[in-house]
Design a protein around this ligand. Structure first.
Ligand code: KG4
Ligand code: ZN
Length: 338
């Protein structure tokens, strides 16, 4: 177990449009409160200025609810953790300012956490936990990475997207289909009763272990333009098959490189993480690939796929162990890489 001494960590996540606070006590999640910001739906995407204002409104009640749910008093907290980046600068600033003030006020250590590293480390919240080394396909709205994980805090990106993230491809497809934001989960929902082989979309041909998702986005756009010119009802009449076919192409693209990475590294412990790891098609195909290749696969619980503070807390627990504390002065870094 990573933590040997008794500890209570309060963690805050505010990198995008979810305000979340979690309480981790002796390595166990006692609360993981998430406030979703519905205001962005009207704009078809996250509006940074509105996101940071909503974080300002949510942060105090979300933290209070997390502490109450965990039955923990402020005086019992040993460390405050927060998402340092990557993310929207205004959103990060709300979480970091709150965390810094609280740590300063309570006179306890402050721990900075990299958001993408936390997505990977979410695998250490529940059983079964992966052993090192393992590969993690980290797929979210802003990132698509294949990460080689050699230890809790020792990881390297061995492949990544050179343009759009796969979550963005899901969300943009949804937008073109006139579905509300965030559309990824809706594409998933309609895909479940559609034919994945009905329409064919291109798989990008990137070198090494890298990805590209801008091509498929453009291909879907031109495809829909052509089809709706011929039949204005094309989208509504074929929604399920379009979603299934696009999703199938995106997952096939993701898994092709993941298989290549497993072969190149000779690692057979394979995990997925990030918002898109909630996708039912990806979860199913990962399980199938595991059986086909003899992989040990790790698929996170739904509550730890999309943005949440529990993953920030578990990542912070490893830093608490090594006393890797932040100076309580720096400003957030929106483009931080690990
Ligand atoms: O990790 P996350 O919550 O936030 C970022 O760090 O970006 O990921 C959000 C992304 C969005 O693009 C959202 O549409 C996508 O994850 N997503 C899904 C599903 N659930 C969330 N995409 C496809 N299928 C899902 N079920
Ligand atoms: Zn995320």
């Amino acid at each position: 177990m990573p933590i040997t001494k008794s500890s209570v960590i309060l963690a805050i996540e505010s990198s995008c449009d979810e305000t979340s606070a979690a309480v981790l006590k002796d390595n166990k999640v006692y609360a993981n409160v998430i406030a979703n910001q519905t205001i962005h739906e009207a704009y078809g995407g996250v509006v940074p200025e509105l996101a940071s204002r909503a974080h300002q409104q949510n942060i105090v009640p979300v933290v209070a609810q997390a502490l109450a749910q965990a039955g923990v008093d402020k005086s019992e907290i040993n460390a405050v953790a927060y998402t340092q980046g990557p993310g929207l600068l205004g959103s990060l600033l709300v979480g970091s300012s709150f965390a810094k003030s609280l740590a300063l006020g309570l006179g306890i250590p402050l721990i900075e956490v990299n958001h993408m590293q936390a997505h990977v480390l979410a695998h250490f919240i529940d059983e079964p936990k992966p052993t090192f080394p393992f590969l993690c396909l980290t797929v979210s709205g802003g990132h698509t990475q294949i990460v080689r994980v050699d230890d809790y805090l020792q990881m390297n990106i061995i492949g990544e997207t050179k343009d759009d993230a796969v979550g963005e491809a899901f969300d943009k497809t949804a937008k073109m289909l006139h579905l509300p934001y965030p559309g990824g989960p809706l594409v998933d929902k309609y895909a479940q009763t559609g034919d994945p082989l009905r329409f064919e979309f291109p798989i990008s041909d990137m070198p090494d272990l890298d990805y590209s998702f801008s091509g498929i986005k453009t291909a879907v756009m031109y495809f829909l333009q052509r089809q709706t010119q011929k039949n204005p009802e094309f989208i509504s009449e074929n929604l399920h098959d379009i979603c299934a076919s696009v999703q199938y192409t995106l997952i096939k693209t993701l898994l092709q490189k993941l298989e290549k990475a497993a072969t190149l590294t000779n690692i057979s412990q394979i995990a997925i993480a990030g918002g898109v790891s909630a996708n039912s098609g990806l979860r199913k195909m990962m399980t199938e690939k595991g059986l086909e290749h003899g992989w040990q696969t790790y698929i996170p619980a739904f509550e730890y796929c999309t943005d949440n503070a529990a993953m920030i807390a578990i990542a912070a627990s490893f830093k608490l162990n090594t006393e890797d504390f932040a100076q309580n002065t720096s400003s957030p870094n929106p483009r931080l890489a690990f």
